[in-house]
Design a protein around this ligand. Structure first.
Ligand SMILES: Nc1nc2c(ncn2[C@@H]2O[C@H](COP(=O)(O)OP(=O)(O)OP(=O)(O)O)[C@@H](O)[C@H]2O)c(=O)[nH]1
Length: 593
């Protein structure tokens, strides 16, 4: 009779009303056949479908003005594309090309564009004698409305003439045609269900992608995988909540003690899996942020170790001052570079040393430089520690390398915190031995000092890297270091698989494209689910999921909060939320997008 008591305790009218909204009828039908016989499941079905279609109904209507804008970059170019969207596209065409044959949908047509204010007579002004026009009738278009693309010669005067002419194509043009606002084409696509919010965000990413890896990330974000995943999770939560609330509602006069316990246990298992998937997504999102905003790589080493020389070799220009005078670099020099398709931010730092190493005092300015260097190295995703060959006063006799204890201490701490550290043996051209002879004793020394096995790449910044007359180390060292770095970055940014089936046929997991906004909402979602599990857990820990002891109403409420977070991600949330998000997203969009 436990279930009966539960029903009496919780089965108030309010909860009954709510439970109809999100029930997953099929599974409940199977589990609780007796219950279904006595309740109006048609009502449940009806409410379910209305809930499932909480899509934005804020679509642009046929009354919305037709918009137009230059969709290619402004300035001189071979071609320029002006795009129009709305129900006046064909009127615009007829006014610009009076008497020309009708446009066939999705077929390019070569036309002469005329100034619509000249009436098409003998003195008619030609805007462009060879324009290519494409007409896409709604609804299967980028915006969901009729779209007209006008490809013209890309001279600034032609562009201006066409943009002046378009609003004059239709009488009373002010109210019916206007220049598009930033991102308005995409906004219309969103409201007409051609794109969801996650795809709109990925579109912004595509436009700003500068490196190969960022491009791949943005393209995978546009693929709809992420959106489908969020929707699937939300449906799972809606179903779980529906079943839970049905339990409240129908428990009143039913006897399903054991099955109810199994049922709660099965829901909590599902939720645990979901929490783990969400956590993996947010971890992958952090890796995606690295691809988007750049991997921070710090060049660490003693004064004169060759940090600035290495930076200059990597970027292929004199970005930092190189001098034989120790302590030349006092502050951070930051340079962005594309390494193996990854966006990297290299930081050349002040040399680090301790006064004990060479018995010389460290002045205030130098100390500040050292402090800053350490702070930047701590923040970096990867540290390249430069150990120079043969700097007399500090050389280790066995290896000929200048190990500075201050640096090794610092690196040891970083390694303990799982930081990726790449060791480079700089100035290896000064040694007479081969790379193998140099590297092995150095690696052994470092392993003994740091307590972990490390890699050591011999490099030289002297001469031209392509000069085969240079020693083996000179010509290959820097490229070897960059190849090693690329491998480290690939590992650092490799996404963890979210679902069994995911990534199987994808080169990059879509979760890498999770934006900051989505991450925040995913964290809120996971927090609500954790609270749900805490409500269910105490009983599980006691070896039972006695439904009598569980506050089912509160548990169902946590599922509602979690499902709402996912709805906000995809734009299925309240219209106020969506507007707020769109405002932020479209702020970054240009006119014509
Ligand atoms: N032989 C040799 N000399 C190098 C190499 N790399 C740098 N040097 C020389 O070492 C000196 C110091 O080089 P930098 O690149 O300024 O060293 P740094 O670590 O940036 O020095 P600070 O700014 O003082 O910390 C310069 O005279 C360079 O020409 C190398 O690979 N081989």
């Amino acid at each position: 009779m436990r279930a009966v008591r539960l029903g009496l305790k919780l089965g108030c009218k309010t909860h009954r009303a709510r439970c109809y909204v999100i029930a997953k009828p099929r599974s409940i039908l199977t589990q609780y056949k007796d219950v279904t016989a006595r309740h109006e499941w048609s009502l449940v079905f009806a409410r379910c479908s209305s809930l499932a279609s909480t899509q934005n109904s804020n679509g642009y209507s046929s009354q919305s003005p037709t918009i137009y804008a230059l969709s290619t970059a402004s300035g001189r170019a071979a071609i320029a594309i002006v795009r129009c969207s709305g129900n006046l596209c064909l009127e615009i065409y007829q006014a610009l090309c009076p008497g020309a044959p009708p446009l066939k949908p999705r077929r390019a047509a070569l036309r002469t564009l005329l100034d619509p204010t000249c009436g098409g007579g003998k003195d008619t002004e030609v805007i462009d004698s060879q324009a290519l026009l494409l007409y896409f009738p709604s609804p299967n278009t980028t915006t969901g409305e009729d779209v007209l693309e006008i490809h013209i010669h890309g001279g600034p005067a032609i562009i201006k003439a066409l943009l002046r002419a378009i609003p004059k194509c239709v009488p009373l043009s002010q109210s019916h045609i206007r220049y598009a606002e930033p991102g308005e084409f995409t906004r219309r696509a969103f409201y007409n269900n051609r794109l969801d919010l996650t795809q709109v965000e990925a579109l912004g990413d595509i436009l700003s992608a500068e490196t190969e890896q960022h491009r791949r990330l943005a393209v995978s974000g546009m693929s709809n995988t992420l959106n489908q995943r969020y929707r699937k999770w939300r449906t799972q939560l809606l179903c779980a909540r529906g079943e839970l609330e049905a339990l409240i509602d129908f428990a009143e006069d039913q006897h399903f003690d054991e099955s109810a316990e199994d049922f709660v246990r099965s829901i909590s298992k599902q939720i645990r899996t979901l929490v783990s998937q969400i956590n993996k997504t947010t971890a992958n999102a952090a890796k995606g942020e690295l691809l988007r905003h750049g991997i921070k790589i710090a060049l660490l080493g003693a004064p004169n170790a060759g940090k600035s020389s290495l930076l200059n070799r990597i970027v292929g220009r004199e970005a930092a001052i190189v001098s034989s005078e120790a302590g030349t670099t006092r502050d951070v020099i930051e340079v962005n570079v594309d390494i193996g398709g990854f966006f990297c931010k290299f930081k050349d730092l002040a040399g680090i040393r301790s006064s004990a190493t060479d018995n010389s005092t460290i002045g205030e300015i130098e100390q500040e430089g050292i402090n800053r260097a350490k702070a930047h190295a701590r923040e970096a995703d990867i540290v390249i520690a430069l150990i120079p060959f043969g700097q007399d006063q500090k050389s280790d006799d066995n290896t000929g390398l200048a190990f500075d204890l201050e640096i090794l201490d610092f690196v040891k701490q970083e390694l303990q915190e799982q930081k990726r550290v790449v060791f480079a043996m700089s100035k290896s051209d000064l040694a007479n031995q081969s790379a193998g002879e140099l590297v092995e004793p150095a690696k052994l020394y470092l392993q003994n000092t740091l307590g972990v096995a490390v890699n050591m790449i011999p490099i030289s910044c002297l001469g031209d890297g392509d000069d085969t007359a240079q020693s083996e180390i000179d010509s290959r060292g820097i490229q070897g270091l960059l190849d090693h770095l690329t491998r480290e970055i690939s590992e650092l940014t490799a996404a963890e698989q979210i679902e069994e089936t995911s990534s199987a046929n994808q080169s990059i997991d879509a979760s890498l494209g999770t934006t900051q906004r989505q991450q925040e909402l995913l964290k809120q979602c996971a927090a609500a689910l954790q609270e749900f599990l805490q409500i269910i857990h105490p009983n599980e820990l006691a070896g039972t999921t006695d439904t009598d002891e569980i506050d089912v109403v509160l548990a169902a409420e946590k599922l509602r909060v979690a499902a709402d977070c996912l709805a906000k991600i995809t734009g299925q949330g309240e219209s106020g939320d969506v507007e707020e998000v769109l405002g932020v997203v479209f702020e970054k969009f240009c006119v014509g997008k």
